[in-house]
Design a protein. Structure first.
Ligand code: HEC
Length: 197
């Protein structure tokens, strides 16, 4: 190989008149090539010999675990705060709540809250207690055995509070057609929406 790129060496082979030049490779290319070799050695030692670095699958698993911890921590924190929660009166929050209600809850509780598969939410009778916190709790946990979905895996805590605040405004609502009558629900104490304020 000639060292002077200006005088490339013409190689001997000649196939059907096609000749080949043995040019010197550009320095930057050669250096890149050396760097890839060094990189591969470092990579091999780091990931496979000393196992200092986590491979993709292990890194994914540990990030998922960290994510789960953050999530369950936040969920636990929310759960322990439920008892002290108050319904929101903010129009924007109630509107978000109404949208969630129409989308997720109305198929079972009727658009106006009168009740279908699920109980009437507009009367003074509740199976799981009549406070706002009772509603948040039952929406959060659900009652899977009775057909009420566990919403904590679907909705965020703020969304659950918004929908609970919205259904709180349905209490005592005048329904166009009769709502579902109370079955074995207990009247909320104290009864009537105004009494909850
Ligand atoms: C698949 C049907 C279904 C859907 C969807 C549903 N619910 Fe229910 N819900 C029920 C049933 C059934 C009960 C009664 C559970 C029981 O008997 O313990 C109930 C109970 C409740 C209660 C307690 C009522 C009481 O008397 O204590 C609240 C509050 C409630 N649902 C709110 C909601 C909200 C808010 C949503 C939407 C995010 C929703 N539900 C979606 C079926 C449903």
């Amino acid at each position: 190989m000639s060292n002077d790129p200006k005088e490339p060496l013409l190689l001997d082979h000649d196939y059907d008149g096609i000749q080949e030049l043995d040019n010197q490779l550009p320095r930057w290319w050669v250096w890149l090539f050396y760097i890839t070799i060094i990189f591969s050695a470092v990579y091999l030692v780091y990931y496979h010999v000393t196992r200092t670095g986590q491979l993709q699958a292990a890194e994914y698993a540990s990030e998922m675990k960290a994510g789960e911890q953050i999530k369950s921590g936040a969920m636990g924190k929310f759960e322990s705060s439920i008892a002290a929660l108050q319904p929101s009166k903010d129009a924007a929050v109630l509107e978000t709540g109404r949208q969630s209600y129409v989308k997720y809850c109305a198929p079972c509780h009727r658009v106006d809250g009168g009740g279908l598969v699920g109980p009437n939410l507009t009367d003074d009778y509740f199976i799981h207690g009549g406070t706002y916190a009772d509603s948040v709790k039952v929406i959060w946990d659900g009652v899977p055995a009775k057909g009420m979905i566990t919403w904590k895996t679907v909705l965020k805590p703020e969304e659950i509070q918004a929908v609970a605040s919205y259904i709180y405004t349905l209490r005592g609502a005048k329904l166009a057609s009769p709502g579902k009558p109370p079955e074995n629900q207990q009247p909320a104490k104290p009864a009537g929406p105004s009494a909850f304020e």
